[in-house]
Design a protein around this ligand. Structure first.
Ligand SMILES: [Fe+2]
Ligand SMILES: [Fe+2]
Length: 164
């Protein structure tokens, strides 16, 4: 069945949201590149690549449902940070807003009786649990390090092992 215009619109908005997250994580990686924390930069680059794959999934889903893909401008907020902790706190806000956006698409697909889109979004709901959890985990560890350079360097090296 053809996508309803409303579902098509919010799925296109979600592509933009994922690409905005891609760009935001790139900006966070760029901030880390100016610091000694190259491992955190790697973590952020890996995360930004994941966001691209999310946008890609929705792109292909719209196409498979015979909808039309409409790309929009990607906003870039001011990403100037003070500490590694503040970067991950911004990442958590970003992930929570992504989860809320997916909830909105899910709610609309329920209203529109679009069962295929609900099924498609289940993957995203699960993914958001993982993403929020991994960012929260890093925030907890950064708080525990309490700004200690040796603890931060250790966390940085662990973060840097994330495959790109
Ligand atoms: Fe995402
Ligand atoms: Fe994400």
């Amino acid at each position: 069945m053809q996508l309803s215009p409303k579902v098509e619109r919010v799925l296109n908005d979600q592509i933009n949201h994922e690409l905005t997250a891609f760009y935001a994580y790139m900006a966070m990686a760029a901030w880390f590149e100016q610091t000694p924390y190259k491992g955190f930069s790697t973590w952020m680059q890996a995360q930004s690549k994941e966001e691209l794959t999310h946008a890609d999934k929705i792109f292909h889903y719209i196409s498979e449902r015979n909808g039309s893909i409409k790309l929009k401008e990607i906003p870039l907020d001011d990403y100037s940070f003070k500490t590694p902790l503040s970067v991950f706190e911004a990442a958590l806000i970003l992930e929570e807003s992504t989860t809320a956006a997916i909830h909105d698409v899910y709610e609309l697909s329920l209203k529109e009786k679009d069962f295929e889109t609900q099924n498609f979004l289940n993957w995203f709901l699960k993914e958001q649990i993982e993403e929020e959890s991994s960012v929260r985990d890093m925030i907890d560890k950064l708080k525990l390090s309490n700004g200690s350079p040796s603890a931060l360097m250790h966390l940085d090296s662990v973060a840097g092992k994330r495959p790109l």
